[in-house]
Ligand binder design. Structure first.
Ligand code: KG4
Ligand code: ZN
Length: 338
């Protein structure tokens, strides 16, 4: 009789179909990721209908591969976890239908997981977290500072009023003619340039924890457009370095302010943009009084392993959903006034 616990997790909120198996809440046995990014590149962004169709095509194979790579069968499992928001509704529904069918067929409880909780809890791959903690979550759709008071208790203390950081990277990347998603390439080019264009750092001195990136994006687009009209050449590396310097100044300033307001011992930095080398360097240089935990690169982008890590916390709390669980495209943590 085995006492080991196994959770199967499914993620399909955007353009990655992913299935993972987590053992005893802490050992990732498999994490299959089928990326559709090649299909969306030519459109310069994710096309929702195309995303849903791709998920349908690969979800079953991903589940089979995750189980076989983990060396477990359905009867070994204790629960099935699934992302139910935030994300594209059609994309979410594919993973949810698969998770519900699997849970029903094998008599397993269903664990609903918030995608952003997944990004955050990917940090558990590095080490077990201590609470309370603060998290800076930076992805393609979200930019938020989250105060986590206890396992599974997430409260937003600051967020973007307009664009998310990843979204800003992808938009300026498009203006420069880079391929989608552009974050990684901009990061690489930024390391070869200088901050010569001095873009605005919105709300950096203001005493709240909110972010804004749309002004930075507009300033970038205007500079690029004006130069084009005048036939002037801009240095790509310097453009990237200037954009990234502005983004990082804003992220670091607000994170430091949050750490002053919420004294904690741990800062988690997660989400697709947490893969940014410039951000990692600045955090290492400037955040010295608290422990900074960043998930490994393979767990920064969307994946089901992170969903499994968040699900294990919900499993311990007995947070299960019934089979009429619906997708919540704009699911969000509660907002803590400060
Ligand atoms: O978390 P994620 O995989 O998907 C969402 O939940 O949105 O984040 C994707 C975002 C994209 O906007 C991508 O450009 C950005 O993460 N990204 C980066 C880097 N790698 C990925 N942004 C900046 N620097 C990077 N190295
Ligand atoms: Zn994500």
């Amino acid at each position: 009789m085995t006492t080991d616990q196994y959770i199967l997790a499914i993620e399909s909120s955007c353009d990655e179909t992913s299935v993972a198996v987590l053992k005893n809440g802490k050992e990732l046995l498999s994490n299959i990721i089928a990326s559709q990014v090649e299909s969306h590149k030519r459109f310069g962004g994710v096309v929702p209908e195309v995303a849903s169709r791709h998920h349908v095509e690969v979800i079953t194979t991903c589940i089979e591969d995750a189980l076989s790579e983990a060396g477990v069968v359905a009867s070994d499992l204790d629960a099935v976890a699934v992302t139910y928001g935030p994300g594209l509704v059609g994309a979410l529904l594919v993973g949810m239908a698969a998770a519900k069918a699997f849970a029903w067929a094998h008599g397993l409880p269903l664990i609903p997981v918030n995608h952003m909780a997944g990004h955050l809890m990917a940090a558990r791959e590095v080490e077990e977290l201590e609470y309370p903690l603060l998290a800076l979550l930076v992805s393609g759709g979200h930019t938020e500072l989250v105060y986590v008071t206890a396992p599974g208790e997430y409260h937003i203390v600051g967020e973007t009023r307009d664009d998310a950081v990843g979204e800003a990277y992808d938009k300026v990347g498009r203006v420069m003619g880079l391929t989608y998603p552009a974050g990684r390439e901009i990061d690489e080019l930024a390391h070869k340039g200088q901050d010569v264009y001095q873009f605005p750092r919105a709300m950096i001195k203001e005493d709240h924890l909110e972010f804004s990136f749309s002004g930075l994006k507009s300033a970038f687009i205007n500079l690029h457009h004006n130069a084009q009209q005048k036939g002037e050449d801009l240095v790509l590396e310097d453009l990237c370095a200037s954009f990234q310097a502005a983004v990082l100044d804003i992220l670091l300033a607000k994170t430091k302010k949050a750490l002053e307001r919420y004294p904690v011992n741990t800062l988690v930095v997660a989400g697709g943009v947490a893969a940014n080398q410039g951000l990692r360097e600045r955090l290492a240089e400037e955040i010295r009084d608290v422990k900074v935990i960043i998930p490994p690169l393979r767990l920064c982008g969307d994946n089901a392993g992170m969903i499994a890590y968040a699900a294990a916390v919900e499993y311990d709390k007995g947070n299960f959903a019934s089979l009429d669980l619906n997708a919540k495209p704009s699911l969000a943590f509660d907002y803590l006034e400060n």
